[in-house]
Design a protein around this ligand. Structure first.
Ligand SMILES: CC(C)(COP(=O)(O)OP(=O)(O)OC[C@H]1O[C@@H](n2cnc3c(N)ncnc32)[C@H](O)[C@@H]1OP(=O)(O)O)[C@@H](O)C(=O)NCCC(=O)NCCS
Length: 342
């Protein structure tokens, strides 16, 4: 790809003392999303302290920020990290770090009055070049389907978008990356109950003594979460059952056993589907639990329910549709292959 030379623009690594500039660029560039989507999609205005923490908190990975300057003014920044992925081949992925892992968009930001001057292109290009030399096999950026500027920018830099992106050195069967959908339900009306409510299911709030079973369901249903196979029950209890102050966790009891777990966060209206244990699926337990979860959110006075899920989780998406949740937005994964000889 030929990159047009950008007159008078310097792209350099962020050094100590740049935190104020990065925070103000971020706040202006992402301000539109902070104002429109806010907490529900994990957008907040940030402080220089947050910028310092981005670098510090993940020392185990190669993490860096680049800043673009013109006439000694900082006008744009990009945040990236290099992650090792262990699969049938060991691969390195350059990630243009999102504002939030579940809900966000890659931190590529340019102050509005300096846009359309190839500044973002210069920033992304610089970090792609840098990490390609450091052995990165692929680069990933995420952006909403309706973010026209980001889509055009990434396309122009040779990134491609597929709903599911397969990379053979990783796996023929599992996508390397896939899109995420965000679905919402207006809770001003009672939730329509599906025909498949299972009347033998009791739904109640999770208790501490449920930890072992909740951990088991976590491991079976959501192995990709931070609570995957190697995490102990105690850690799960600490983080999940006790840790989140705004979280309400509901469990479905069926024949004296906990069969499924779901939760919601009353601060941002987001719900989480931990899942139904595989041996209890196809009995209407998930739908029953989901129905009670939505009703619980409505009775708490939450204006809407927001769900995010990977496009590959077709059972969850089917369930959202049954309950009339509308897909309002998608997070596209944009990929660029850097070294395919791995
Ligand atoms: C996306 C963003 C970083 C682009 O910054 P930029 O410096 O204007 O981008 P560039 O000038 O390098 O643009 C490169 C190409 O992208 C496309 N592009 C950029 N902005 C565009 C827009 N608003 N509409 C259509 N195409 C656009 C064009 O093809 C452009 O080339 P051209 O100007 O020669 O036509 C900037 O709009 C921004 O900060 N937005 C808010 C934060 C954000 O969305 N970040 C990205 C999340 S993934």
């Amino acid at each position: 790809m030929l990159l047009r030379k950008v007159k008078g623009v310097i792209v350099r690594s962020v050094v100590s003392g740049d935190e104020d500039d990065v925070a103000s660029i971020h706040n202006v560039a992402f301000g539109e999303w902070v104002e429109t989507l806010g907490d529900e999609y994990d957008y907040q205005y940030i402080s220089p302290r947050d910028v310092a923490a981005w670098i510090k908190e993940r020392r185990d990975r190669q993490e860096c920020l680049w800043i673009a300057e013109t006439n000694d003014t900082a006008v744009g920044y990009v945040h990236c990290s290099l992650n090792d992925i262990h699969s049938k081949k060991n691969l390195k992925e350059l990630v243009l770090v999102p504002t939030s892992w579940d809900m966000g968009q890659s931190k590529i930001a340019v102050i509005p009055r300096y846009r359309r001057q190839a500044i973002a292109s210069a920033l992304v290009w610089k970090c792609v070049k840098h990490f390609k030399r450091a052995g990165a096999n692929l680069a990933l950026a995420v952006a909403y389907n309706d973010n026209k500027a980001a889509s055009k920018l990434l396309q122009g830099l040779g990134f491609v978008h597929h709903e599911r992106f397969y990379h053979r050195p990783y796996s023929d069967k599992r996508p390397w990356r896939h899109d995420t959908v965000y679905a919402e339900l207006n809770l001003s009306q009672p939730v329509t109950s599906p025909q498949r409510l299972n009347l033998h299911v009791t739904v109640r709030c999770a208790r501490e003594e449920d930890a072992k079973r909740v951990a088991e369901i976590f491991r079976k249903s959501a192995p990709w979460t931070p609570f995957g196979p190697n995490v102990s029950t105690d850690q799960i209890l600490q983080h999940y059952l006790k840790g989140k102050s705004h979280e309400t966790i509901l469990v479905a009891e069926y024949k004296g056993e906990i069969a499924g777990v779901m939760d919601f966060n009353s601060k941002n209206s987001r719900l989480g589907i931990l899942g139904v244990a595989p041996e209890y699926r196809k009995k209407g337990i998930g739908y029953t639990l989901f129905y009670h979860l939505l009703e619980h959110m409505r009775r708490k006075g939450l204006p809407k329910a927001i769900a995010d899920t990977g496009i590959v989780l077709s059972d969850a998406i089917r369930m959202y549709k049954r309950f009339n949740l509308k897909i309002v937005r998608r997070q596209y994964s944009w990929i660029k292959i850097l070294n395919n000889d791995s």
